[in-house]
Design a protein around this ligand. Sequence first.
Ligand code: ARG
Length: 580
Amino acid sequence: MTGPVDVLTDRLRRALGAAFGPEHAATDPVLRPSQFADFQANVALALAKRLGSNPRVVAEAIVEHLDVADVCLAPAVSGPGFVNLTLRGDWLAEQSTALAGDPRLGVPVEEPQVVPVDYSAPNVAKEMHVGHLRTTVVGDALARTLEHLGHHVVRQNHIGDWGTPFGMLIEHLLDVGEDSEDAKLLASDPNAFYQAARAEFDADAPSASGEGFADRARRRVVALQAGDPDTLRLWQELIDLSTAYFNSIYTALGVTLSDADLAGESTYNHELPGICEELEAAGIATMSEGALCVFLDGYTGREGKPVPLIIRKSDGGYGYATTDLATIRHRVRDLHADRILYVIGAPQHLHLQMVFETARRAGWLPDHVEVVHVQIGNVLGSDGKILKTRSGAPVRLRSLLEEAVERAAAMLAEARPEIPEADRALIARQVGIGAVKYADLSVAHDSEYTFDLERMVSQTGNTAPYLQYAAARIRSILRRAGSTPDAAIVQTEEAERDLMLELLRFGDVVAGVGSSLEPHRLCTYLFDLAQTFTAFYDRCPVLKAPEPAVRDSRLRLCAVTLAVLEQGLALLGISTPERM
Ligand code: ARG
């Protein structure tokens, strides 16, 4: 299946070729919806400039060679040289009937690429914050969408599982006891564990042997780096407890990440010395003030001072940059990536640009491999600052998700008291979680937005509950009808036509999300679709349609709309309740 835009683009290209020669057939006609026609093609203007001729004359020539009689009413030139295209009702109806029978709902299967997607990446023994929530939700939507488009997605959860704090954390684990309730906190309330460890470090009380905690912690880091088996076992225990915590959040969110996708910082430990050696030997890295650094043209800080990418610190330790260089090499060399996505906070943009450029210079990132930083904007509180609780503590993700579910439950209890309580609890979960995820997805991923639960769970506006409600309403219509006949879709009213046009855009929109990596485009589309459906339902009686063929056609339109809403929400990782 190809949508109207594809069909018209193809016909326009052929007309360009026929009128001006094959070298112009590749010119990309821009098709925009307009108030005068279904689409307005803007192609003559740019072409006229290139040919040194009048845009209206060029537009006339295009129209003359345009073979669209089966698809459109007579095309017309308008304005300075636009081509107005209005689709034929019978063509739309036929396409919509085909869409209704297409299990992919018009979504293309693309030439498969291997696409590692780096997202979520929380830190061991620490609470996940709203920033991690957003990369998790956006990354997961992109992974699902790319997979649906036929790509081979390799999820990479680059958890922070290495570094000097592990000395302190391991010693604290030993002090509270590996099987103690305090240790189990890691799997439920990691910050409490982390802070207790920190407090112990700061108090620095001597143990029975007389050695202070801080010294023990430092010795433990050395043992960890040296690969001491007992230390590694304790470290693995910390990871396992933290992973249980991450997984509890992933399950609550309905995110597709599993243990198989873990590829934490520590995975790359053994490669770091080699990376440094190779970069130094190639003359890409140089020693500066005891540290091994990469300096790149154009990366300067205050007073024009060059900003270094530090790959080995003066104490011999490796940092975040070195591990990220290793991720690129691994994803290209071992995973055979065609396109790599780093779904990471916008403040890390400079870091990633420098990492990407260093990798290109080192030959680890060939030109044919595309690497993208999908920038995640900050989530703000109502005061316009990074989201915090009133007491200034970071907001606990779990309580935030619970509050969303509670609000959804309260709303349902009021609106639909007749639904049995157990069912309502399930729906409240779908709505509350869907609401939080949709808020992350419906704004451009790189823009900041204000976290506002009230607005997120509202059933009006561009929210998940609004879309879920629209879907549930269609379900109820279909339930009342009993069955959906495989009838041909016909057009009798303008509102049906509008709905068909909207439905036929779905495939294009999903493909657009795959190429632009912007899930908010799908959100906007689904919101438009739900509104168009409402207008259709207001104007066109379905169950009480004037005649059986029209009733069956409208039922089928309802069914496709539901399928598109469900599929669209599923690509965003949001489920659709049976009723609401
Ligand atoms: N763990 C980091 C953080 O919490 C994010 C890591 C992102 N991924 C990466 N490959 N650098 O900020």
